[in-house]
Design a binder for this molecule. Structure first.
Ligand code: 5RP
Length: 230
């Protein structure tokens, strides 16, 4: 199976959580995309759901499929959010934000009764950290903030290799108007410790560590789709 087929298999497995009348959070990325397509197909067949997208890209996709959309202000409680991940471990701790949507993704997941992760097996790791951890930083004074982030990483004995994410035409800018800096850590033995330190740092809007948020994951590999629970 190709990686795209595995992503689709994981997306299909998560459909079991979609029922008529639900409020749903729609994730972002190449694994969430087929899930949104599948929800669009069900809506075309008469499913009644209200969805909150986690990015402008997902909003445009969902709109194109005729999926009824709402905002968290109008729909503050969601039954389920289904989203991809860049890495997940056995405890369903995640690194997210490879697509730059981590802030909205975390807000939407936090407003949901359940966050369900869909991924191909390459994302399932023993220890987080090989995928560079994205952090979203306010543009104003970004170099000062990032200097402080590098100091935090050094203090925690992590590699202080922090690089601004670039787009096609200059720095990558998030839906919220901020920069993304990717922290190339290689290994992250204690994600909770780093998450707390980053949350205390002024100028850091959000980080891509999703800890205690995901309840369930569908991980698709050559032998089928495995269900993991936190
Ligand atoms: C976007 C994300 C994505 O869920 C994550 O990057 C996984 O993406 P993909 O399914 O394309 O590998 O966090 O901000």
């Amino acid at each position: 199976m190709t990686q795209d087929e595995l992503k689709k298999a994981a997306a299909e497995a998560a459909l079991v959580h979609v029922r008529d009348g639900m409020t749903l959070g729609l994730g972002t990325g190449s694994t969430a995309r087929p899930f949104v397509d599948l929800v669009g197909g069900l809506v075309a067949d008469g499913l009644n759901v209200t969805c909150v997208p986690t990015s402008e890209v997902t909003a445009a996709q969902a709109r194109g499929l005729g999926i009824p959309l709402s905002t968290l202000d109008e729909t503050p409680h969601l039954d389920v959010t289904v989203d991809g991940a860049d890495e997940l471990d056995d405890r369903l701790r995640l690194i997210k934000g490879g697509g730059g949507a981590l802030l909205r993704e975390k807000i939407v997941a936090s407003a949901s009764d359940e966050m369900v992760v869909i991924a191909d097996a390459s994302k399932h790791v023993e220890m987080l950290g090989a995928f560079a951890l994205p952090i979203e930083v306010v543009q104003f004074g970004a170099q000062v903030t990032v200097g402080k982030v590098a100091a935090i990483l050094s203090e925690l004995k992590l590699t202080p290799d922090v690089r601004r994410r670039e787009g096609n035409d200059g720095p990558f800018i998030t839906d919220g108007g901020n920069f993304i800096f990717d922290c190339h850590l290689e290994r992250l033995p204690n994600p909770e410790e780093l998450a707390s330190a980053l949350e205390a740092q002024t100028g850091v809007v959000e980080h891509g560590l999703f800890l205690g948020l995901a309840a369930r994951a569908y991980v698709a590999g050559p032998d089928g789709v495995k269900e993991l629970t936190a």
